[in-house]
Design a protein around this ligand. Structure first.
Ligand code: SF4
Length: 470
């Protein structure tokens, strides 16, 4: 993923295991496969049937857990979370899973997504005497459930979930059961798998592969799964509605080896590239992609256009989060840490540079300049998704609209700003067809609100863009 330089960040990943003696270790590996979804913090909660145990901390999964800490998390079931701070700040108390203890037992929660009515619910809870310990939306759900403690827990969870709006994939755990829920529109990905007799749940299927688990099915929109030693029980907490899975998961966020809703991400991206070549052809000598997330679309574009695909840009894989970044002055002198052009490939050539999306435009401008400095004769930028004109309220950091280049400039202006010889985007229809291959029409496909402005849920009058809260 190339999130750091693109200013487009994923919102979190969740993973859980029920019924395995090494559940914490498996969760650690699962979270490692989901690390691209959040790098700011990680945590795992385990149950041994009598009590929940939590370990969490700031940083990458490798920074947070040592072998000894994992050994301490003994138990046959675990849930885990990798965090990118969406709602709430990056404080320790907001790192998930969150854990709440009470006289009747404990509840741990891990959440991927963002609630659009969280502020209204927080105000209501506080007015009724609840004291919230974190600034995260997730705690609101715990309080809603706690207020319904006169009900059996599964009923209280269903009732609590029916009060929240927005995007959410939840993993919750008590001493003796795991609860798995996907929001009524299934905006975020969530899959159920199995490993022998154990059940596994993950934001993305790539985490199943890493531990040798098999995919069973999607957690359906509006479905609550209750997983315990008795097996898996499925309930609905909301009437079925057409799923509107986030299209940006296919475009950029998810790993290419994951399948979302049964569709492989790499294959979908290749189709986006092919559609882009049909919609925006250009005479050129080579096609190159911006590593890593645009490579699949670039291969698709090259195949369809009949132009050779080449590695015109190389990503330096060893620039970590703690690496001392060059100053602005050194950057201007040409010190580039994350990406390098391959001069021998691009020199004297007409280059099609395929990228997955443009957020602020600064990265595209830098890459076009880099290719031209390396001798490219022409650089034609092709974007394998439509222009991002609207903020996302569902847990993806697409920046606020003031910072979105496409919200403030025409395509011709953007072309000039980034210094490209030409610039084209995939149309919303082209994107929809590339993902769903004609299964669904534009009205009934995935969420495309950041492109079209058609938000699949109500946006509450007091909803603020999550990244403007801090
Ligand atoms: S608005 Fe965009 S980024 Fe947000 S859920 Fe919809 S498609 Fe995904």
């Amino acid at each position: 993923m190339f999130g750091e330089i693109k200013s487009l960040n994923e919102e979190c990943g969740i993973f859980g295991v029920w019924g395995h003696p090494e559940s914490a270790q498996l969760t650690y590996y699962g979270l490692h496969a989901l690390q691209h979804r959040g790098q700011e913090g990680a945590g795992i909660v385990t149950t041994d049937g009598k009590q929940l145990k939590l370990h969490k901390g700031h940083g990458l999964i490798n920074d947070v857990f040592s072998q000894d800490q994992l050994k301490d998390l003994q138990g046959r079931a675990s849930i885990g979370h990798v965090r990118y701070a969406t709602a709430g700040d990056g404080g320790y108390e907001n790192i998930q899973p969150l854990m709440f203890r009470s006289q009747t037992g404990s509840l741990a929660l891990a959440h991927n997504g963002n609630l659009v009515n969280a502020q209204a619910l927080k105000n209501q809870l506080e007015a009724q005497g609840s004291i919230l310990q974190t600034t995260s939306d997730t705690e609101v759900v715990a309080h809603l459930i706690k207020r319904l403690r006169h009900l059996p827990l599964a009923d209280a969870i269903s009732e609590g979930l029916s009060m929240i709006k927005g995007a959410y994939a939840f993993l919750m755990m008590t001493e003796d059961a795991m609860y798995v829920a996907n929001d009524p529109r299934g905006l975020r990905p969530l899959s159920l798998g199995y490993l022998g007799d154990s059940w596994v749940v993950s934001s993305e299927t790539c985490a199943f592969d890493i531990i040798g688990a098999k995919y069973e099915r999607e957690v359906k929109p509006g479905e609550l799964l209750i997983i315990s030693d008795e097996g898996v029980e499925s309930r609905r907490f909301s009437a079925p509605i057409q799923r509107t899975l986030c299209s940006m998961e296919y475009v950029y966020f998810s790993r290419p080896d994951s399948d979302l809703d049964g569709k492989n991400v790499h294959a979908s991206r290749k189709r986006m590239g092919k559609a882009l070549a049909q919609e925006a052809p250009i005479e050129a000598d080579v096609v190159t992609g911006v590593p890593d997330s645009s490579i699949s679309a670039a291969i698709g574009y090259a195949e369809e256009a009949g132009i050779p695909y080449e590695l015109g840009l190389i990503k330096n894989r060893y620039v970590g989060r703690t690496f001392i970044q060059p100053s602005q002055e050194l950057r201007e002198q040409g010190v580039k840490m994350k990406l390098s052009p391959v001069r021998g490939i691009v020199e004297g050539k007409r280059v099609v540079m395929v990228d997955d999306s443009i957020v602020r435009g600064t990265t595209s401008r830098r890459i076009v300049k880099m290719l031209k400095d390396a001798g490219a004769k022409e650089v034609h930028v092709r974007i394998a998704s439509p222009p991002i004109k609207n903020p996302c309220y569902y847990g993806i950091d697409t920046s606020n609209s003031g910072e979105l280049i496409a919200a403030n400039h025409s395509i011709e202006e953007m072309e000039e700003i980034i210094g490209a010889d030409s610039l084209s985007f995939l149309t919303p229809d082209g994107l929809n067809k590339a993902i769903y291959q004609g299964e669904d029409s534009l009205e009934h496909g995935g969420c495309m609100a950041c492109f079209t402005g058609n938000y699949p849920t109500e946006i509450y009058p007091n909803t603020v863009h999550p990244y403007e809260k801090a």
